[in-house]
Design a binder for this molecule. Structure first.
Ligand code: PEP
Length: 247
């Protein structure tokens, strides 16, 4: 299991440090559960100082696909590893929706992250219109194929997928455990076609979309749900830690 907190564009530097300190304290010893927090870029180095030596790992929320150069405002994979990142969230629906990120772009970023030893958390998921039109599986199939094109996986711990139905993100409307399991099983099948049974079984497929302490246990109990990507509830250390305990 992996529980990752996506802080999005929340917390200034002091607030990020305080939240990280509270997360480390509240999470304590998570046992077998892997835990990560993904603060804004400007707080990564400071949060790394807080979480270093604890079970909590660090992730970023985005990254550029080029090595370095004239890309004003962008952040490279090497910059992320230099401040202690283990993970990077890629292709979040907010980046697809507001910043025009495509599957091809996400694929370039995934390749670059892996070249630098960063574990990409690749977000996929359909909109409400797509679900209501019966297109959810087709959309997810296209996103998975696009993001993973040309990517070999020998070590399943080097790649994470997050199924985040767009209609459930930040809306308080969660997929039912049955809806989540059905799509996760579908995604597992896509991974099996690409990487074989054993690797597919070991790749973490997270659920994201209004997961909170009250619904985490039943979502995480589903056979193909291997953890959670948590937005809103990751901004409260006690709630985030409660989800870690549910895992
Ligand atoms: C997310 O944006 O990754 C997310 C899951 O957000 P929330 O938990 O707030 O729905």
């Amino acid at each position: 299991m992996l529980i990752a907190g996506n802080w999005k564009m929340n917390t200034d530097l002091p607030a990020a440090v305080a939240l990280a300190e509270a997360v480390v304290k509240e999470v304590g010893d998570p046992g077998d559960v892997q835990v990560a927090v993904c603060p804004p870029f400007v707080s990564l180095a400071a949060v790394h100082e807080v979480v270093d030596g604890s079970p909590v790992r660090l992730g970023a929320q985005n990254m550029h696909f080029e090595e370095q150069g004239a890309y004003t405002g962008e952040v490279s994979a090497a910059m992320l590893t230099s401040v202690g990142c283990t993970y990077v969230i890629l292709g979040h629906s907010e980046r697809r929706q507001y910043f025009g990120e495509t599957d091809a772009l996400v694929n370039q970023k995934v390749k670059q992250a892996r070249r630098h030893g960063l574990v990409p958390i690749i977000c996929i998921g359909e909109t409400l219109d797509q679900r209501e039109a019966g297109e959810a599986e087709a959309v997810v199939r296209t996103q998975v194929a696009g993001a993973l094109e040309g990517i070999d996986v020998e070590d399943p711990s080097t790649l994470v997928l997050a199924y985040e139905p767009v209609w459930a993100i930040g809306t308080g409307r969660t997929a039912t455990p049955e809806q989540a399991q059905a799509m996760h099983a579908f995604i597992r099948g896509l991974l099996r076609e690409r990487y074989g049974e054993a690797t597919a079984a070991a790749i973490h497929v997270l659920y994201g979309g209004s997961m909170k302490p009250g619904n985490a246990a039943e979502l995480l109990a589903q056979a193909d749900v291997d953890g959670g990507l948590i937005g809103g509830a990751s901004l409260k250390a006690a709630d985030f830690a409660a989800i870690v305990r549910a895992a």
